[in-house]
Ligand binder design. Structure first.
Ligand code: EPZ
Length: 416
């Protein structure tokens, strides 16, 4: 298992370019199931999850080819309709084949995702929606077995805005017979990006990016030829890295409009941020100010930035209250940050972070993707060496993070 070693205390300086968004490219890849022919996706990040999704689609019958930052997905015929447990257990986003397979072939057999470090993460709302659209769904031996001659349009209300639930049902509805309305839908930019891609394939969708999405089903869709949006969480992670190291960094290829809640909170913490088109300039203050955050569905402060923001607040002047409202167990990074000298107390879904004057490098362990990103952010500012174990978590969602940080002057290396 690879490790990453960081010698902290370097002020980051220079320029970095953001890669395509992990949480946009994964649903785009499964959207390819909805058409037959050659699908091309551009600006694809080289991530473990992209390769996992590629091998799942290959298992289903696709020709999958990743070269430079382009994916070619050829789908003449679908030869299998199942997503085995081996894929789903390593990547929950595998569940995104459920809606498209049902819409394209009338059947799907997808392993129920197991538990996950950050929470139970059920998919009951995905299933509820598909049943409303006429799918017959059986749960047996850990698998969802779904069938539908042809899905019918339906009115679906989500108790909770679910990102992949909205994406699964939007894809299913694109080929359904009639109109589907998704209410209390997720508004994340990745959902809107998927809708734009489906529209470019010939789908009839309006309202994506708002709480109500209307989809008029069509009979066929053309193959995809689409460019992935920049990763807003990677962008925010680099903003945090510059902020915590009193850095002076230029971030290129971003979409600042996708991370307004984060930029507002960073400015409240004393970080200087200016934006011009796809460029963000960020200057970290001598000492960060403490700021309270509550994670919320988009456009609120994203749960995927909670851990990285907490690492910053561990060194801020004052006390910050961080409330995690999306997942029930997304404080796995707290124990590791405390090993580095952070003063954090967790009670239920709230963490109280008392800023300390310095953190000390230590051997720490990554438990999930964003927790590992928070350890990197903390390690960049800590005195001495931080060695992060189980960095395969990090590789799931950050393309070449140590190379990008090295170009900004960080003393970081991967230990094979
Ligand atoms: C997506 O996960 C992202 N993953 C997650 O990013 C992100 O943290 C999450 O949205 C929230 O923004 C991808 O897009 C591939 P949800 P998803 O369904 O869709 C509950 C990362 O780090 N819920 O929006 O699985 C659920 O338990 C990953 O990149 C149900 O109860 O999240 C959670 O509490 C981590 N029933 C809340 O809704 C359901 O059927 C939001 O979950 C579905 C969800």
């Amino acid at each position: 298992m690879d490790k990453i070693e960081i010698i902290g205390g370097v002020r980051l300086r220079g320029e970095v370019t953001i890669s395509g968004a992990k949480n946009a490219v994964l649903p785009l890849m499964t959207a390819a199931i909805l058409s037959s022919g050659e699908n091309i996706i551009h600006n694809v990040p080289h991530l473990r999850d992209v390769r996992t999704m590629g091998s799942l689609l290959a298992h289903i019958g696709f020709g999958f080819h990743l070269e430079d930052n382009r994916i070619i997905l050829k789908s003449k015929t679908i030869t299998s309709v199942d997503a085995p447990y081996d894929f789903v257990k390593t990547m929950r986003a595998s569940v995104l084949v459920l809606g498209p397979l049902l819409a394209r072939t009338g059947q799907a057999k997808v392993s129920l995702p197991g538990g996950c470090a950050i929470g139970a993460r059920p998919i009951n709302l995905h299933i509820m929606g598909l049943e409303k659209m006429g799918a017959k769904i059986k749960l047996s031996e850990g698998y969802i077995e779904a069938s539908a001659k042809r899905l019918k349009g339906a009115k679906i209300y989500f108790d909770i805005p679910t990102v992949t639930g909205t994406e699964n049902l939007m894809m299913a509805a694109a080929l359904a017979d009639g109109t589907t309305v998704l209410e209390n839908a997720a508004c994340e930019p990745e959902v809107a990006d998927l809708a734009n891609a489906l529209i470019s394939m010939g789908a009839d969708i309006e309202g994506a990016g708002t709480r109500v999405i209307k989809i008029n089903g069509v009979n066929r869709l053309k193959p995809l030829d689409y460019t992935v949006i920049p990763d807003r969480i990677e962008t925010a992670t680099f903003l945090a890295a510059a902020a915590i190291t009193q850095g002076d960094v230029k971030i290129k290829g971003s979409r600042p409009g996708h991370l307004e809640a984060i930029i507002n909170k960073l400015k409240e913490a004393g970080v200087k941020i200016t934006q011009k088109n796809d460029k963000l300039s960020v200057k970290g203050p001598e000492r960060l100010l403490s700021v309270d955050i509550k994670t919320m569905p988009y456009p609120g402060f994203p749960t995927d930035m909670q851990a990285q923001f907490m690492a910053m607040m561990a060194l801020a002047d004052g006390t910050s209250i961080i409330t995690e409202n999306i997942f029930e167990n997304r404080f796995m990074h707290v124990a590791e940050l405390r090993r580095m000298g952070a003063d954090i107390v967790v009670e239920g879904s709230t963490a109280t972070v008392k800023g300390v004057s310095s953190l000390k490098g230590a051997p720490v362990m990554a438990t999930d993707l964003r927790a590992s990103a928070s350890l990197v952010v903390a390690g960049l500012a800590a005195k001495g060496a931080t060695v992060i174990d189980r960095v395969y978590h990090l590789d799931r969602g950050y393309e070449k993070i140590e190379e990008k940080l090295k170009t900004l002057g960080a003393k970081i290396r991967r230990i094979k």
